[in-house]
Design a protein around this ligand. Structure first.
Ligand SMILES: O=C(O)C(=O)C[C@]1(C(=O)O)C=C[C@@H](O)C=C1
Length: 292
């Protein structure tokens, strides 16, 4: 059975991997920190890593993108986007949750992942302005701490599955500031992913370095895609980390390297002196909202 490393247990990463890949078809290996997730696949302890790469409201997780670009040579093998619904969890003390305001008054401290705290800013300001906030390595770790510390005045912002895992009470759920809160995850690893789930699409991710002395190079890169009607779903510049003011362009393309058009576009881009690095050509999976 293939082994997949991820931040867990009790995280959104885990929820999303179970949703898209199933709980039984792979062996999931939990780590507390993202560098350890990456490392396990680099050293062969696991076959794949699942990494959160972008959030609707927080944007790209630059640290993870940069690790992918600068420190690893592992291609992207799949991508999915998963809704992030955040719950306020605390120790079950036998009383039923009495609703947001009353329960919130008792809370003195909240643990959560930094991204999750950022996604609940308005809620925290409105209902929990008096509370001390502490960022930890993952939301699952936040829920575990709440259980371990055993104090009903300490809470976590985490997925509902973390509450179920550690027997915590849900004070209130769906507290993210924006209801359309999604995170994009990528699966990286040396070999192709084999899964029963049919893909919903295909993407290719590349890194382009422009030649320094070629005015209008970015324009030409974009036009190589434009006239072939190849759709780009993301373009972002990231520092090369070699010289101040020099950048890579990280580009997501809604096309496969198996098509005729995309390899031709990349050849054209290389011909003007750009360096092109392929970060992966992979299936994408779409979340299907459950109808009530
Ligand atoms: O801590 C978790 O639950 C995670 O899966 C990590 C993570 C992230 O790093 O962005 C994943 C999705 C959410 O947007 C918040 C946190």
């Amino acid at each position: 059975m293939k082994r997949i490393s991820l931040l867990g247990p009790g995280t959104f990463t885990e929820e999303s991997a179970h949703y898209f890949l199933g709980e039984e078809s792979f062996e999931y290996v939990n780590y507390k920190l993202i560098p350890d997730v990456f490392q396990s696949t680099v050293d062969g302890t696991t076959d794949f890593s699942v990494i959160p790469i972008e959030n609707t409201f927080e944007g790209s997780v630059n640290l993870h993108v940069d690790t992918l670009v600068h420190e690893l040579d592992l291609p992207i093998q799949a991508e999915w986007v998963f809704p992030i619904s955040i719950s306020l969890l605390r120790l079950a003390d036998g009383t039923a949750s009495s609703g947001t305001s009353e329960d919130c008054k008792q809370i003195r401290k909240i643990y959560s992942h930094g991204v999750t705290l950022a996604q609940c800013q308005k809620f925290l300001r409105e209902y929990l302005p008096h509370v001390e906030l502490e960022a930890v390595g993952s939301n699952g770790e936040a829920a575990r701490l709440v259980k371990e510390l055993g104090d009903p005045a300490i809470a976590a912002l985490a997925p509902a599955t973390a509450g179920a895992l550690y027997g915590l009470m849900t004070v209130v759920s769906g507290i993210q500031d924006h209801q359309d809160n999604f995170t994009r995850f990528v699966l990286i690893g040396p070999e192709k992913l084999k899964t029963e789930r049919p893909a919903d699409g295909c993407k290719t991710t590349i890194l382009i370095t422009l030649p320094e002395d070629y005015p209008g190079a970015l324009h030409q890169v974009l036009s190589a895609f434009a006239w072939r009607r190849i759709n780009l779903s993301k373009i972002e510049s990231r520092p090369t980390k070699k010289k101040l003011g020099t950048y890579f362009f990280y580009i997501d393309i809604q096309a496969s390297m198996d098509s005729v058009l995309l390899p031709a576009a990349l050849q054209e881009i290389e011909a003007i002196g750009c360096q092109v690095r392929l970060l992966g050509c992979y299936p994408t999976y779409a979340y299907v909202p459950q109808t009530k």
